[in-house]
Design a protein around this ligand. Structure first.
Ligand code: UDX
Length: 441
């Protein structure tokens, strides 16, 4: 069976490599020739643990090309894993998906299953099928299957091979058979992934409903945590107490400075937009979006309340962590960006440290801020340190260094990296999320 994957971002490339790992011959197509040249050398264009090793290990079953015509021509199955970025009104932009469809239509010479992995609004699979069928040559049968992706960045390879579930949306027997054959190895030892079949619309909805539920969980716990600060409760005790109820569990209950990344912000807005289009607004999702917007600046607002506009001018601030979460170099919707913008607006001088995200951060802020390659260098002679991402290097950083290197050892921790009982042993000021403030200065 000839398998082709269109798009080599997080979803496309990881899917292609995982399918090669389970024995398929896969051609990865992208329009970016620089990326293709890198992958042909066995180099991953994205930072993702374990991905490059798998690319090398399965090199004989993987090929990369910009020549879509040749790739799509005799493909049996084509996975579409291109981006569906957010438009300014919150809706999903499907231009890349339709561009791939145009390319498939002009190239394909025999029957083919087209699988949509990109996150797309409910009903898109139906529209894409109609679009493609009206464009391919007579006699060629195209069937569309929805196969949403549930991988998280940083654990994408494991999330794909040892997936929580494989969801396949199609009512067509031809597509069902091909999809079962493709994924059969993943449903067996050692992977044992549950395989779920349903209608295309249900599959599309599973993706949005899952992502938005997780985002909602985070916004909820962030509101609980803000309220804990007001009433003098401790969020960690509260979440521990909640987590013993198996219906609630202990996952995705970490409070912080909001969720970022390429999925939650985009998918919450897209589902909200879609619900409004159907005149049936998702009020919970609307609340989730609003809470997250506010939460991103929760730490900054605390700083502002304490020091006031005037005192903040010319303050030297160290920012530890730039990426939207640890384990990735992705900065999309990262809270660090909102905070650094706000600090610059208030006249602060900002220095940023991140173990992998600095190059990308430089593209956003240029010479408006300074960059440090170590934590020591970043916090040296600073008035305040703000923690934005819970990288291990930051969580394991010796608290004594804040005292020895900073002008004043004041930490605003947006990810609760330190235990309060540890912090209490030191002469520092420490402000975190949903926990009491410690001031031993
Ligand atoms: C997410 C989903 O987890 C994944 O299933 C889906 O396919 C794509 O979207 P990802 O965006 O890579 O994956 O990261 P995730 O680990 O879910 O974190 C997203 C954001 O939520 C990060 O900014 C993270 O800091 C934040 N988060 C997560 C919290 O603030 N608290 C938590 O308890 C968990």
């Amino acid at each position: 069976m000839k398998v082709v994957v269109a798009g080599t971002g997080y979803v496309g490339l990881v899917t292609g490599v995982a399918l090669a790992k389970i024995g398929h011959n896969v051609t990865c197509v992208d329009i970016d020739s620089k990326k293709i040249a890198l992958m042909q050398k066995g180099i991953s264009p994205i930072y993702e643990e374990g991905l490059e090793e798998l690319m090398v290990e399965n090199a004989k079953r993987l090929s990369y090309t910009v020549d879509y015509k040749k790739a799509y021509k005799d493909a049996d199955v084509i996975f579409i894993g291109v981006g569906t970025p957010e438009r300014s009104d919150g809706s999903a932009n499907l231009d890349y998906v339709y561009e791939v469809c145009d390319n498939i239509a002009e190239s394909i010479v025999h029957d083919c299953v087209v699988v949509i992995k990109s996150t797309v609004p409910i009903g898109t699979n139906d529209k894409v099928e109609e679009y493609l069928r009206s464009r391919v040559e007579d006699g060629i049968f195209i069937s569309i299957a929805s196969n949403p992706e549930f991988l998280a960045q940083g654990t994408a390879v494991r999330d794909t091979l040892y997936a929580s579930r494989i969801v396949v949306g199609t009512e067509d027997k031809y597509a069902k058979d091909i999809m079962r054959e493709i994924y059969y190895p993943l449903t067996q030892e050692p992977y044992n992934v549950p395989y779920l079949e349903m209608s295309r619309r249900s599959a599309e909805m599973v993706k949005y409903a899952s992502n938005d539920f997780l985002a909602l969980k985070i916004s909820y716990i962030n509101e609980v945590s803000n309220f804990c600060e007001i009433i003098g409760a401790d969020i960690e005790d509260v979440t521990m107490g909640m987590s013993y109820d198996k219906r609630i569990g202990n996952k995705f209950l970490n409070p912080g400075i909001g969720y970022g990344g390429s999925c939650f912000p985009k998918d919450t807005k897209a589902l909200h937009y879609l619900s409004c289009e159907y005149d049936s607004e998702f009020k919970t999702i609307k609340a989730c979006i609003d809470v997250n917007k506010h939460q991103k600046l929760h730490l900054f607002n605390k700083l502002k309340e304490t020091y006031g506009n005037l005192n903040m001018r010319n303050m030297d601030i160290a920012i530890l962590g730039a990426t939207f979460k640890p384990g990735t170099d992705d900065l999309r919707e990262a809270s660090s960006i909102d905070n650094v913008k706000a600090l610059i607006d208030y006249g602060c001088s900002v220095t940023v440290y991140d173990p992998v995200g600095l190059e990308r951060f430089k593209k956003i802020f240029g010479d408006k801020i300074k960059y440090a390659t170590t934590i020591d260098e970043c916090i040296k002679d600073k008035d305040i340190t703000m923690i934005m991402t819970e990288w291990d290097t930051i969580k394991n950083y010796d608290i004594n260094n804040y005292i020895n290197l900073m002008r004043t050892p004041v930490i605003y921790d947006g990810r609760n990296c330190y235990k309060l009982e540890d912090i209490e042993k030191y002469p520092i000021k420490y402000v975190s999320i949903g926990r009491k403030e410690i001031n031993k200065l």
